[in-house]
Design a protein around this ligand. Structure first.
Ligand code: ADP
Length: 410
């Protein structure tokens, strides 16, 4: 507890000397101010946060009871002890009714006086603690209130996002489904005609495409919901990323469609990744590169090692992205305005790059994009290399070093 600070008010000079001395002798470490009239006391009270005020009741000019009333207004938390003459019980009762903390009868018994002051100081100390706790509680309540407001607006926003999502999904799924229905009707009619083998076959191919497209949409849907609910789990294992890209690009270019025109393979680059998810990221970047660049243009995939990181980038020579769209490109449901699909399928849900970013970030990596309208885009993912815990060393090359390059033409 801090040094107790007391004010003694009495018009009797003898008491005004004796009372502080008593307190000084009995209580170590105490500070006492004195004044001989209530008016002066009222000047001191606003300036000093006394722990207790002791005042005579009977004083010329303003008396102790009035002083008490004024102190109650100025500092309601400061305990006031009033000194009344022997037998002046009425005054004592008035004092207590007026809010005095205690009263002491004259002639003053020193033990009683000191004990009363000690109790008053203790009370003031407790009141201060209560004040502080009250303040802390109200601050806490305010911060909780702010938190609730923030969470509420987040929930409202999330709800609006969900609604928008549902709208887009319904719209996107409708198209392939109505394709399927149309094709099924055509096939039905054609199957009754002889020699329509080729038409039926083409119809089946189209139907397969529509089904594939619906499957991709549904998969994107599942992935976003897994990410949102934090139920997205990676199955990581150590693997060579050069081999993973090589394998993926070979099967990506195996059938009709894009062809592999150039391939250089360097040393293995090991990382601990979920192969399926990293392949999904690459396919996503490749299919965007195809969607947003003219048919026949090249797409280059590069794998570079830089320090303890590996950078896999996909570059296209397509329409590029407007500068103002770059900052939003990895956001959920974002589609850059004015960017039209150039070849292949229709635009998707605007979640592909969002899923891409989430997958890469969950691997401890990051995604980046560089793009100039009309000149094409480079999307890259940076992943941490595998560090062998037994040697605590990875295969770090501090200078960026290209380990593999592939070019495909679509
Ligand atoms: P979507 O399914 O609509 O393609 P994505 O999340 O994959 O969704 O991409 C979001 C948006 O980013 C696209 O709608 C398109 O506007 C832009 N975008 C993505 N990749 C490219 C690219 N290689 N070139 C130009 N724009 C791109």
């Amino acid at each position: 507890m801090n040094t107790p600070y007391i004010l003694v008010v009495d018009d009797d000079p003898a008491l005004l000397q004796a009372l502080p001395r008593t307190l000084d002798l009995r209580l170590n470490n105490i500070k006492v101010d004195t004044c001989d009239n209530a008016q002066k006391a009222l000047e001191l009270v606003p300036e000093n946060d006394y722990d207790a005020i002791v005042s005579d009741v009977k004083m010329p000019g303003m008396d102790g009871l009035e002083l008490l009333a004024r102190i109650q207004e100025l500092r309601p938390e400061t305990p006031v002890i009033l000194i009344t003459g022997h037998g002046e019980h009425n005054l004592a009762i008035q004092a207590l009714r007026g809010g005095a903390y205690d009263y002491i009868l004259k002639p003053i018994d020193r033990d009683v006086f000191v004990a009363a002051v000690q109790r008053a100081v203790q009370t003031r100390h407790l009141r201060r603690q209560v004040e502080q706790q009250h303040l802390a509680l109200s601050l806490h309540a305010k911060s909780l209130e702010r938190l609730v407001q923030k969470r509420t607006s987040e929930l409202v926003e999330a709800n609006a996002t969900k609604d928008k999502f549902l709208q887009i999904v319904a719209h996107e799924i409708k198209a392939p489904l109505s394709n399927l229905r149309g094709m099924a009707q055509v096939l039905h009619q054609q199957s009754e005609q002889p020699d329509n083998h080729l038409l039926v076959q083409q119809g089946l191919v189209d139907m397969e495409r529509a089904v594939e497209r619906t499957e991709v949409l549904v998969q994107d849907l599942l992935d976003t919901s897994l990410m949102e609910t934090n139920m997205f789990i990676l199955q990581r294992r150590r693997c060579d990323l050069v081999e993973l890209c090589r394998h993926l690009l070979n099967s990506y270019t195996a059938g009709a469609g894009p062809t592999l025109t150039y391939e250089i393979i360097g040393k293995p680059v090991e990382a601990e990744v979920d192969e399926e998810r990293i392949s999904q990221v690459l396919i996503n970047l490749l299919s965007n590169a195809r969607k947003y660049s003219p048919k026949g243009s090249p797409i280059t995939v590069t794998l570079q090692q830089s320090g303890y990181e590996v950078i896999i980038s996909v570059r296209d020579m397509g329409v590029g992205i407007p500068p103002e769209a770059i900052a939003h490109i990895f956001e959920q449901f974002y589609r850059a305005p004015g960017v039209e699909v150039q070849s292949g399928s229709r635009p998707g849900l605007g979640v592909g790059l969002f899923i891409t970013r989430k997958i890469v970030e969950r691997h401890g990596g990051r995604v980046e994009v560089q793009s100039l309208p009309g000149q094409g885009s480079i999307f890259s993912m940076t992943l941490p290399l595998f560090i062998d815990p037994s040697t605590n060393k990875g295969e770090a090359t501090l200078e960026p070093h290209t380990q593999a390059v592939w070019t495909i033409v679509h």
